[in-house]
Write a protein that binds this ligand. Structure first.
Ligand SMILES: N[C@H](CCC[C@H](N)C(=O)O)C(=O)O
Length: 298
């Protein structure tokens, strides 16, 4: 599945627990020797009664992270189409907090991403005191950035021309800067009007992606706090547009956008692929199940 080109492998772990080692995830994420994705999403049983599902997110580098906005929209579409729920409002628990997913009538999904956290210690980011933005030096270059936690950590820099933004050079340097002890996602924001920005994101553990939902939310929060943006902002990303709304400090951020299912498939563990007849029978049985699921969805 993908959300504006930010692509995911989504696994249903509600029927049986799925435990994947980081090396397994890296192998699956490989775009030549595996399936290929930015993040892997696990759909799990609800960990407690106040949510409908558990939602775990793993970057392509195999590390587990706290939140994924584009993935949340795909999560909602997946659990509905798999018949795991018939609700339009779905509450899920991630390790970065609980979020609300709302399936709209037009195939889009609106996500209540929760209240952004802004104190340096909450990002986490090493800084002497809270501020709207912070000076930071990277290989002798003086920069100014804002920091926002949307469940996961984000740094946001304003640029005048996104096409010339040094995403490939500064993204990895800031991602691993020592002042971000948990590393960080790095957004480069060009402000067109108070209601419209363009954004590129170098994601922690995945590199630059075609879209980043939590990055879009973090950019709007940072821009609004600095007086550059209004309440409702259209965020133009390389993969498409998200609508983000933030009424202000203490309020949750809302994000609206599409979720696309590309295909269903089977992952054959390299050693199992050579298992011969027993594996063939399992593959045919699983393909039959996929065909039935597709008929149910049709
Ligand atoms: N693509 C995701 C963000 C993944 C965040 C991950 N890269 C991290 O390390 O926090 C989104 O749409 O919000």
């Amino acid at each position: 599945m993908h959300g504006l080109g930010n692509d995911f492998m989504v696994l249903d772990a509600t029927r049986e627990a799925i435990a994947l080692a980081p090396g397994d995830i890296r192998a699956m994420a490989d775009r030549h020797f595996g399936v290929g994705f930015d993040q892997l999403l696990l759909v799990e049983r609800a960990p407690h009664a106040s949510v409908d599902f558990g939602y775990r997110i793993f970057n392509a580098d195999g590390g587990e992270v706290e939140q994924c906005g584009n993935g949340a929209r795909c999560f909602a579409r997946f659990v509905r189409e798999q018949g795991l729920t018939d609700k339009d409002h779905i509450r899920v628990q991630t390790c970065g907090g609980a979020i609300e997913l709302h399936i709209t009538g037009h195939g889009d999904v609106r996500v209540d991403m929760g209240v952004p956290r802004l104190l340096p210690a909450e990002i986490p980011f090493d800084a002497p005191a809270p501020a709207l933005s912070y000076p930071i030096t990277v290989e002798g270059e003086a920069l100014e950035l804002a920091v926002v936690n949307m469940g996961n950590p984000h740094a946001v820099l304003r640029v005048d021309d996104l096409g010339r933004a040094p995403v490939a050079r500064l993204g990895p340097l800031l991602e691993r800067h020592p002042r971000f002890p948990a590393r960080v996602n790095v957004g480069f924001m060009q402000i067109l009007t108070p209601e419209r920005i363009r954004l590129r994101v170098h994601e922690r553990g995945a590199g630059e992606t075609l879209a980043c939902g939590t990055g879009a939310c973090a950019a709007v929060v940072a821009g609004r706090r600095l007086g550059w943006l209004g309440r409702d902002v259209t965020v133009g990303l390389p993969g498409g547009e998200l609508q983000v709304t933030w009424p202000g400090e203490g309020h949750p951020v809302s994000m609206l956008g599409p979720a696309t299912r590309v295909y269903d498939g089977l992952w054959l563990w390299p050693d199992a692929a050579r298992a011969g007849e027993a594996q063939d029978a399992k593959v045919h049985a699983a393909l039959a199940t996929i065909a039935v699921d597709r008929q149910k969805r049709a």
